[in-house]
Design a protein. Sequence first.
Length: 413
Amino acid sequence: MNDSPGWASPGSSPSDPEEERGRDAPQDTPRTPPTEQSPSHWSAQQPPPAPGPGWGAPPPGPPGPAGWTAWNAPPPAAKPGVIPLRPLGVGEILDGAVSTARAHWRTVLGIALGVAILIQLASTVAVGLLLRDNTSFEALQNDPNPSSEEVMDALTGTLSSTGITLLATLIGTVVATAMLTIVVSRAVLGRSVSIGEAWREARPQLGRLLGLTLLVMLIVLGAFLVGLVPGLALALTGATVGGGVLATFGGIAGLLAGVWLWVRYCLSAPALMLERQGVLPALRRSAKLVRRSWWRVFGIQILAWLLVQIVGFIVQIPASVVGGVVDGRGLDNFLGGEATPTFTWPYLIIVGIGAVISSTLTLPLSAGITALLYMDQRIRREALDLELARAAGVPDDGAPGGPTPPPSPAAGS
């Protein structure tokens, strides 16, 4: 893989991370194609020479606003798929994720719904079997000085169900991210992909993507613990005040370091999927693409996280209310809170349905924004838009009115 690796569409050969060399070009430098230039590959700021005799100087165009001529105005970018092939704004990234889900709703809905059902089924069964008997919690509530055995008895079911839920969520999220990233990569080119095709393209990379996800989680968690543990260790030696202060400031520093590392490596998943990278090369690619753009990437990812949380809140709160009413606890108990949680099957099923709907809506949004943010960073740094245009069959002049493949009957699939 050279310093500006090509667009590795699904099914292409793996790139070699050992051949990477050079340093990033500043984002404000002119973008040039990674291949040898020819008169048919001009950047967006340079019009092609006019045909005919003479020195090739273009004739003056009709006057435009503020004295500009037609040659001064940049030509509109080609848009064969869900995004224009140029550096994207924040709104265009969000719109591209939504447009992908809308244009290919059968595939996107099938992937997200199937994964959400499997995740929630495992979570609901685990909670229902391990936490329906809440006598241990009631014993803790009635006993102000519980024994260690009572505390462990109460925590065993909670920790077991939480572990099963986290494992199911991790595996399901990895599968959904891998398949939805393939769908987005095709949607950018204006092409459709079926669920079976997305699965066949994503399956070889699932093991690596799972390892990458775990590694990023460990890196972020490790940074937080490195800042927190020294203060806790000092407090355990008897210096309670000093240890508490050190743990507070160390925890804040560790949290900030964890956030910084999370943003630095947040583009590693699409790099692994679309460039057929390994785990460590994908981390290096993400760090390279985020460099000098940390705050922009951070802002877009935080915005995506807020959107996901808002959508989940809007869907899950009504489901919890309905579940409480159907379960016989009533709305007053739900609003007032219960000292001891109760998990009955009607309540768990209704809340689980709400969680499935929420995940079906948020999984495509989160995966789509991350994949398009990765493509935007490569467009800004490596002229990926030129390679995407060629892959989509856009004419060399970049005119948006060029021929694009007509939508097939399975375009919505």
